[in-house]
Write a protein that binds this ligand. Sequence first.
Ligand code: FMN
Length: 396
Amino acid sequence: MLRFSTAGESHGEALVAVLSGVPAGLKIDLAFIDRELWRRQQGYGRGGRMKIERDRAHILSGVRHGATIGSPIALTIENRDWKNWQDALPVGPGDPERHKAVNSPRPGHADLAGALKYNLPEARYVLERASARESAARVAAGAIAKLLLREFGIEVLSHVLAVGSAAMRDADIPWEKIQALYAREEVLLNCTDPEAEERMRAEVDNALKSGDSVGGVFEVVARGVPPGLGTYANWDERLDALLAAAVMSLQAVKAVEIGSGIGAAASPGSAVHDAIGYRRPKGDGRRDYTGFTRRTNHAGGIEGGISNGEDILVRGYLKPISTLRRPLESVDFRTREPVKAAYERSDVCVVPAAGVGGEAMVALTLARCALEKFGGDSMGETLRNFEGYKKQLKDY
Ligand SMILES: Cc1cc2nc3c(=O)[nH]c(=O)nc-3n(C[C@H](O)[C@H](O)[C@H](O)COP(=O)(O)O)c2cc1C
């Protein structure tokens, strides 16, 4: 089974990811992993921290001579900022005078709930782990999942649909436009429509000017997913449920939509369900799994908790960032007197970066489901199983 976990704190020495269950013989492209990490650091409205960090994955185990060997893959991502925090957050006892306490919890962040839960006198340790710096480790693990998915002809990308109240008017975006975004060397708001992207930029500018923050919506698209991943057989094996949990687990994501799920709730069934057609399979590449076709894809590629062969569409809805330059009311942990919430260098808008985190979570989930269906201990065995399943679909 594909499993992963992360460790590491925002201002600790490094982030860590451990990924196990990857078959032996998968080629690992380090430049690709680093580019994914770079993509997570981009976007208009990021704070000063991302100017300090230049994330690179350092693989410690599980990869030899450029390919996986079947054992757990451990990797680290150095925190360059650590050099500025060694005295404040030492592993040893250190000097309590150098500790940087966070005494006024930020509404919307984990500060108060975390301090109460872990019985901590202030919120420093809470935000160190709750911070989305952790998502860099997920993106590195997700990049390996993407390399695995490529072997099945599956690609996972994202784009931004809305920042604050600036939303794209047309939500049906051609794949080629999303691919073009991926190729960009400069990322503004990762939106396929330049006019909408300008409106999004204005939202960020307003937030910057007024000391506020904005949220938004990203969409992850997985293309080339064969029908048959996930199942309705048990609640915790449904692909839609797994994807929703995976994307919801990203910091600041407060709602997840599969396909046009939100709009569908207010629409008649005839306008929502994707009519089925058939044409003889052309055999034009890996994506042509069956002859069954759909005129629309409101279901977002999943019916009955199973992928149906259409693009998988998952949207993540982000609340606005909770660290505000013009902070909300809070209470001092020490005195219980009213104070303004803490402000620490912060992002103002992270929707494009969250989209990259969303890609990682979708890729890890699809890779897990693909390996549950086709998995073997080596890539040769896995791809043999996959070819057999493809033939079964063709012959259906
Ligand atoms: C890529 C990314 C970057 C983030 N950067 C910040 C930030 O700079 N400041 C902040 O207050 N929250 C930031 N957040 C959101 C917080 O991590 C998140 O709101 C907090 O951990 C509380 O968790 P919750 O929002 O899921 O309840 C970021 C989220 C993401 C996805």
